[in-house]
Design a protein around this ligand. Structure first.
Ligand SMILES: Cc1ncc(COP(=O)(O)O)c(C=O)c1O
Length: 348
């Protein structure tokens, strides 16, 4: 916000030392709030950068991981590189894999199940990696998510990083949406194990009350990144917000959002129609599909959907600074009214 107000042209440190220094401060400021290890901070041994989107950041990290491994095994082996994530991983990884030259058949979307809350299993990861290695392929990149788009599942970072370390893989942690909550000590556990990762992204525009585009990328040992991304352009050769909310208020916002989300969950659980048995799946999917259409058509509440474990589910995301309890109650009322209307018109 400050750099926009001053309209600085911040290509690099020489062009605008203030903008670059401010970026450094802001990265460490949030890094400190998240209790990131020193290896991700400028005040420690490494640091980070502000990008526009997760897509952009991951192009950089995946290209760095690619170049790091290819420098050992030879560029001609690019077709052997394999990236891993879960079937809940955001489609970013597939797009970026293509951009950095990884064949699309070399992305493994490891299946998750409801029994493990749609998180990526370290055991299944290991088995998949071993089977790829037996086939002569080279594992190079693991994508772990804290807060998946469909269900906000948080992959177990510590155990996944341990598996990745055994096979020399780069670990990227995508906390685009839910990572913001980890500034609250009671939610910090979801990024426990982050010290084993190579890079970490969080979108401030999602749940940190910032306008598009603001993705924060922290990188441990950025030399891999700078080696991969550096150019030798002559003009680039040279020697050398605080936001209006405040940390306490930011934490309070996030806590109140989690509280409201829990309240919404509680309301849903009291309605037996919201807890169907697996045998109802087909009818439920049809009703949910219709429900999405009518809710969004009514103009009072906006929702989106996901399909997880074969179930068509509607998403409730509370993350705007103006949302209050009364909006949550109203949203549930709207859902119930539409469910009543749909069910009265159908044979379900
Ligand atoms: C978990 C997760 N990762 C990544 C993304 C993509 O982020 P971006 O649009 O900044 O590339 C999203 C967007 O919804 C997301 O929910």
């Amino acid at each position: 916000m400050l750099t926009t107000c001053f309209n600085v042209v911040g290509f690099n440190w020489m062009a605008s030392p203030a903008a670059t220094e401010l970026e450094t401060i802001v990265m460490d400021w949030l890094g400190d709030m998240l209790k990131l290890p020193n290896s991700f901070l400028f005040s420690g041994t490494d640091g980070g950068v502000l990008h526009g989107s997760t897509h952009e950041s991951v192009v950089c990290t995946m290209a760095s991981a690619r170049d790091q491994i290819l420098s050992r095994i030879g560029e001609e082996n690019i077709g052997k590189l394999v990236a891993y994530g879960s079937d809940q991983t955001h489609s970013v990884i597939q797009k970026v894999s293509q951009i950095v030259g990884i064949p699309s058949k070399n992305f493994r979307a490891i299946e998750t199940t409801i029994s493990s809350s749609f998180t990526l299993s370290p055991e299944t990861l290991r088995l998949t990696v071993c089977s790829d290695m037996e086939a002569g392929l080279v594992p190079f990149y693991l994508w772990a998510t804290v807060g998946t788009t469909a269900t906000t599942a948080a992959d177990p970072l510590g155990p996944l990083c341990n598996v990745a370390k055994d096979y020399g893989m780069w670990v990227h942690v995508d906390a685009a949406y839910a990572g913001s909550a980890c500034i609250c000590p009671e939610f910090r556990q979801y990024i426990d194990g982050i010290e084993g990762a190579n890079s970490f992204t969080l979108n401030a525009q999602k749940w940190f009350f910032t306008a598009l585009d603001c993705c924060r990328l922290w990188v441990k040992n950025p030399s891999a990144l700078t080696k991969s991304m550096s150019t030798d352009l002559e003009v680039l050769r040279n020697k050398a917000s605080e936001w209006s909310y405040g940390v306490a208020n930011l934490r309070n916002f996030l806590r109140s959002h989690v509280k409201m989300a829990k309240r919404f969950e509680g309301l849903v659980r009291t309605d037996e129609r919201a807890n169907p048995t697996p045998s109802d799946e087909k009818c439920v999917n049809e009703v949910n599909c219709k429900l999405l259409e009518v809710i969004n058509g009514c103009g009072r509440v906006y929702t989106s959907h996901a399909v997880v474990g074969g179930m068509y589910v509607l998403l409730c995301a509370i993350g705007a600074s103006l949302t209050e309890e009364k909006h949550v109650a109203m949203a549930w009322k709207v859902v119930q009214e539409h469910v009543d209307a749909i069910l009265s018109l159908t044979m379900y």
